[in-house]
Design a protein around this ligand. Sequence first.
Ligand SMILES: Nc1ncnc2c1ncn2[C@@H]1O[C@H](COP(=O)(O)OP(=O)(O)OP(=O)(O)O)[C@@H](O)[C@H]1O
Length: 413
Amino acid sequence: MTQKHWAIFTGNTSQKEELIDSLLEGPLPKGFNELKHLEGSLLSKLAVERFIDKEDRHGSKIITSDTSQSLKSMSSGEQKKALLKHILSTQPDFIILDNPFDNLDTTAQEDLKTKLKEVSADTPMIQLLSRKTDLLPFANTFAKLEGKDLVFSETLETLLKQQEKQVFADDIPLPIDSYEIEGETLIELKGVGVTYSEKPILRDIDWQIKKGEFWELRGRNGSGKTTILSMITGENPKGYGQELYIFGRKKGTGESVWEIKKRIGYFTPSMTDKFTGYHSINHMIISGLNDSIGLYVQPTEAQLRVAKEWLQLIGLWHMKDQLFHDLSMGQKRLIMCARAMIKHPPLLILDEPTAGLDDESAALFVALVNKFANESNTTVIFVSHRKEPGLEAEFIYQLEKSETGSTGRILTS
Ligand SMILES: Nc1ncnc2c1ncn2[C@@H]1O[C@H](COP(=O)(O)OP(=O)(O)OP(=O)(O)O)[C@@H](O)[C@H]1O
């Protein structure tokens, strides 16, 4: 008998944590009788985060004991590989793969696919996926998770409907205040290099980013994308003493990190996922103007007006008083993105913003980013491993990984 492998398509409303819990802890949902009395393991971003927390609390290495590096300091791709290795060493009876290809570059995705194919010969797998291009070729049982309900389907075709192009009717709302930055160049790196414990990570990085440009930053896992971004945002001290110019000023010449941060909008999904979110979505949007999380002072008329315009644009005005906490994942991402955009910062960084979204929500998100990049003066840097269908970046900065440190080159899209 052929091994059974499940592919479960998830969307915005899917309650996948409950499904994962019942697969691991029981009672088993209908359609999974084959897994009775079997012990499963979970490969997911959440599982990685749990191990990082554990390592932090115990001050020891659990799944990276054979390397000199902590799990926390690894790139997201390296973390996922380390977790898979750990899972395989425990020889589970089945494996749940929750969006296994998120955060992985194409080469790492192919490596993981090959590995999973090998393992699939005698280990059943349950893949939870939100993007159809991620489907594992050996999956043979298909379902969709609607809320809590699993709807099994005989064929794949009925599950995969064609995607319509997303459009927003209104214009991007205008900013309340504007920023003065001299010159046309916003950020410049000249011959920048980074090493960690003598391991070269980046070498001779030359990158000039001008006002209003729309960039995509690409590169394999561990090629140094986050390292570059964290030097720009000021979180990484490796930028000091180098030819790194931020908003016209050389790094380390007395600029305040706070001043830099005020001019950068930043969004990465873990910001949403860790958010407790007991604020109304209207207040969440307005708080983007104050660089705070909730809203602690009475908003002005102008702030209320611009928040309304943003909520109308993204089609969530009718939900303005609902708690952020109660929104679907796709809606939360749109809110967080609008929150980062509302003050039209000179620079907006979106770090793998579509990870974990389903096809429909990702298309909506990308449409919002395209529109903002097109209609505002903000420079946008969009980091993604996935070729995001429909993304209209003007330039691509591609990091090429090498033993002597990644180098960069510019591609026009
Ligand atoms: N604090 C640190 N100590 C040691 N090594 C580090 C540290 N921070 C990052 N690294 C290493 O630097 C390299 C680049 O990491 P970085 O997170 O910038 O890559 P990335 O391109 O963003 O990867 P991914 O796409 O997987 O997120 C990786 O090999 C990572 O392990």
